[in-house]
Design a binder for this molecule. Sequence first.
Ligand SMILES: Cc1cc2nc3c(=O)[nH]c(=O)nc-3n(C[C@H](O)[C@H](O)[C@H](O)COP(=O)(O)O)c2cc1C
Length: 179
Amino acid sequence: MNIQELEKLYLQRQSCREFSDMVVPNEVICEICRVALLAPSAMNAQPWQLIAVTGEKKQAVLAAIQHLGMNKFASKASAIIVVAEGKNGGLMKVGAAFKENEFVRNDLGILTAHLVLAAEAAGLGSCIIGWRNEAKLREALGLGKNVKIPEVVAVGYPAEGYPVREKKRKELGEVFRLI
Ligand SMILES: Cc1cc2nc3c(=O)[nH]c(=O)nc-3n(C[C@H](O)[C@H](O)[C@H](O)COP(=O)(O)O)c2cc1C
C-alpha cells in the first residue's frame, strides 16, 4: 500500500450514522477485531479487550450509549464493539509510576483508530461513540467497576446511497509545523 492508497482509506472512513438493514456476519466482525488488535501499545502491554456485542446483550449496551436520546442511529448497527481496559500484566504497573502518562487511555484510543480503519477496509461503516454511560456499560457487560471503557464503536453496512462527506479539517498550517 502506498500513501495515496492510505489517504483514500482515510478519506473514505467517516462516521457512519445511517446503517443498512443488512446484517454483518460475525466472521467479518471477528476479522476486523483481529486485525485491529495488531495496534501498538506502550511497552507492548496490550492493556485492552474488545467486546463485540451482536447478541442478547446488545439492547442493554445500546441503552448505555443512547441515554438522553443520543446516538439513535446505533440501533441499526450490526455490532457494538466495546473498547475496554483489559489485563495489563505486570508491565503496566511500571507504566503507572508515570502518572502523567495515561498509557492505557492512549493505547485504547490507538486501538480504536485501528478498528475503524479495519472496518472501513472491510467495507463497513463505523462510528466511534464517546457519549456513553460507563456505569451502565459495565453493568451490561459484567465488567468490574475499575475497568475503563473510553470508547465504543458502532459498526454495520452503511445505508444504500449513504454519501461520503467531504472532510472538514483545520488548515494544515494551523496544526502542523516542520521545524
Ligand atoms: C472520541 C470520539 C468520540 C465520539 N463520540 C461520538 C458520539 O458519541 N456520537 C457521534 O455521533 N459521533 C461521535 N464521534 C464522531 C465525531 O463526531 C467525528 O469523528 C468527527 O466529527 C469527524 O467526522 P468523521 O469521523 O466523519 O471524519 C466521536 C469521535 C471520537 C474520536
